[in-house]
Design a protein around this ligand. Structure first.
Ligand code: 13P
Ligand code: SF4
Length: 393
């Protein structure tokens, strides 16, 4: 992330990104996978747009390109559908005729697409280093250890796991195996309502903020009903009594992008732009969401701005690619980025036109690059958890 001195927070021109070299320096021990093989054309190649068009046209209905709202403009241009993580999961499942699903998003989304698509379909992630730091904050070993701690405290039987979509397939499988559901930022309340019909407590993974914000601001729980389980401390840093008294056991994970917004950013923008409406994503800290006027998923943010009055003023607390696109799409409204510092998601940004062109041209040549495959055992349980989410009322 870099900083901008531009007054309204939305940088009119793309800021050069301090990204890792293409396909290099991935952490092999994390969810992010391995190096991207093959030679990649340079980002500045003006022929790339034409090459992407040609390759996409050659593939026709054999390929379906999904683009998350945080993707770069140059990538979104080639997406057959765009959406938040819930919509993209549903869209991936609804395209059984496409041989290849090219997922322009991050690793956990591509895994979910693989789980929800048929065995005949292959899911391609154009850069394997497009991971998610939040998903990396809960590993299968840590979560299994946590369940042992809950079992020792005598509460595992009364606890239902609810895992945010932003988690690895292993964590989704753990969730399915223990009778829980997946949620996204657009259905977290419904998922929690369902979970509290099944049990007395919820173990919410891995985003503490989405869990706390939903439980306290939408479900009527108090902050005292929530405890924070720290996987880096013995017994999560909690006593058995604290665990027994809690309704919401929140995993100590967060989004490094949304974690940057602070109460100061909200106060500062209100002072700077009188009459501004502050709209933030629920991955923001509790104090930020509490101080904001509105909260919702990326899809919700887009709809709110579509419905907004001309001349209205908005400060948006979510990833910058989306905020910048919204500002361009609504020149009749004043739309600024909530914070004064640039806030791209660096892993979402790893998918760029060179990677997309490389993936599409590889498919045209009969090679299927960067296939994301979840093993059958993991898939079985992860699918159970995802299906529960898709069946939520
Ligand atoms: P949604 O697309 O569900 O709003 O989530 C945002 C996000 O951080 C995805 O990584
Ligand atoms: Fe992960 Fe945050 Fe990036 Fe979403 S915005 S992919 S939660 S790091």
């Amino acid at each position: 992330m870099t900083t901008t001195t531009e007054t309204h927070g939305v940088d009119p021109d793309p800021t050069p990104l301090a990204l890792l070299l293409l396909g290099r320096q991935a952490d092999p021990n994390s969810e992010r996978g391995v190096e991207c093989p093959g030679d990649l054309p340079a980002a500045s190649d003006p022929g790339l747009v034409e090459r992407a068009r040609t390759a996409k046209a050659a593939l026709g209905n054999r390929v379906f390109i999904l683009g998350h709202h945080y993707q770069r403009d140059e990538v979104i241009e080639f997406a057959d559908v765009t959406g938040d993580s819930f919509k993209l999961a549903r869209d991936a499942a609804a395209r059984p005729e496409a041989e290849y699903i090219v997922f322009c998003g991050v690793h956990f989304m591509a895994e979910s697409a693989d789980i929800l698509t048929t065995d005949a379909q292959q899911v391609v992630l154009p850069d394997l280093a497009a991971g998610c730091s939040m998903a990396d904050m809960a590993t299968a070993e840590q979560v299994a250890e946590c369940w042992d701690v809950l079992t020792e405290a005598g509460i595992a039987d009364a606890t239902v796991p609810v895992s945010y979509m932003n988690s690895s397939a292993d964590i989704k499988a753990f969730t399915g195996k223990h009778g829980g559901t997946i949620c996204t930022s657009s259905n977290a309340k419904r998922a929690l309502e369902w979970a509290f019909e099944q049990g007395e407590k919820v173990l919410f993974l891995p985003d503490q903020h989405l869990g706390r914000n939903t439980a306290v601001l939408e479900m009527g729980f108090s902050l005292d009903d929530c405890v924070l389980y720290n996987p880096h401390k013995p017994n999560g840093g909690l006593t058995a009594e604290q665990l027994r008294n809690a309704k919401m056991i929140l995993w100590r994970g967060h989004c490094s992008v949304h974690g940057r917004f602070s109460l100061d950013s909200v106060n500062e923008v209100r002072e700077r732009i009188p009459g501004v409406t502050v709209l933030v994503h629920p991955e923001c800290k509790h104090e930020v969401v509490t101080a904001a006027d509105m909260v919702g998923s990326t899809e919700y943010i887009i709809k709110a701005l579509d419905a907004a009055e001309p001349g209205s003023k908005w400060a948006i607390g979510t990833e910058l690619n989306l905020v910048r696109r919204l500002a361009k799409a609504h020149p009749d409204k004043e739309i600024v980025f909530l914070d004064r510092t640039v806030c791209f998601c660096s892993t979402m940004n790893r998918i760029d036109l060179p990677h997309l062109v490389w993936a599409l041209e590889s498919l045209v040549e009969g090679r299927v690059p960067n296939v994301i495959t979840v093993d059958p055992e993991t898939e079985k349980y992860a699918k159970a958890a995802l299906d529960r989410m898709l069946a939520l009322p």
